[in-house]
Write a protein that binds this ligand. Structure first.
Ligand code: FE2
Length: 162
């Protein structure tokens, strides 16, 4: 019996742990956008949020309610959305992650569908890979002469046909 209980306890924690980390891509987009939009005033209106995410206000309200239940947001009257400390923490991270990926793609010369690519990568990149990309960005910025070499190399690069 004891073993069984232990088993369920461990399993439960695992599930909880997973649940905690389980933010869907869409939830991440919302938290990132709410963070972006509330930097200046400390809050964002549901209509502004819906507009900036290109969704209908009722969808935004639904998601905001969900994120409020999960403890990331404080949904006040009159359509005012605020981040909780936990929401702010994750929002800051999500915005930073977005910027790191965007910087990286710009540095390597991606111009076409830049934001589409950022969106595709940011939700899937691992923490470890993100940290390495951040170092590469910083390296290129610290050594403009090496970055210039890279750009020249990149422009002259031809697929190896062998
Ligand atoms: Fe993003």
């Amino acid at each position: 019996m004891k073993n069984n209980e232990d088993f369920y306890t461990v399993r439960g924690y695992e599930i909880l742990g997973k649940k905690k980390k389980m933010l869907s891509h869409s939830m991440e987009d919302y938290l990132e956008m709410i963070y972006r939009n509330s930097i200046e005033e400390g809050y964002v209106r549901i209509n502004t949020l819906a507009e900036s995410l290109n969704v209908q206000a009722p969808s935004a309200t639904k998601m905001v309610q969900k994120l409020t239940k999960l403890g990331y947001l404080q949904y006040e009257k009159y359509g005012i959305v605020k981040l909780t400390p936990k929401g702010e923490k994750i929002g800051r991270f999500l915005l930073e992650r977005h910027k790191i990926i965007e910087d990286f793609l710009k540095l390597i010369g991606v111009k076409e569908k830049l934001l589409v690519n950022v969106e595709l990568i940011e939700h899937n990149v691992t923490k470890g890979a993100l940290a390495k990309i951040k170092i590469l960005n910083s390296f290129f910025k610290s050594y403009p002469e090496i970055f210039k070499k890279f750009q020249e190399y990149s422009l002259a690069y031809k697929e190896d046909e062998s």
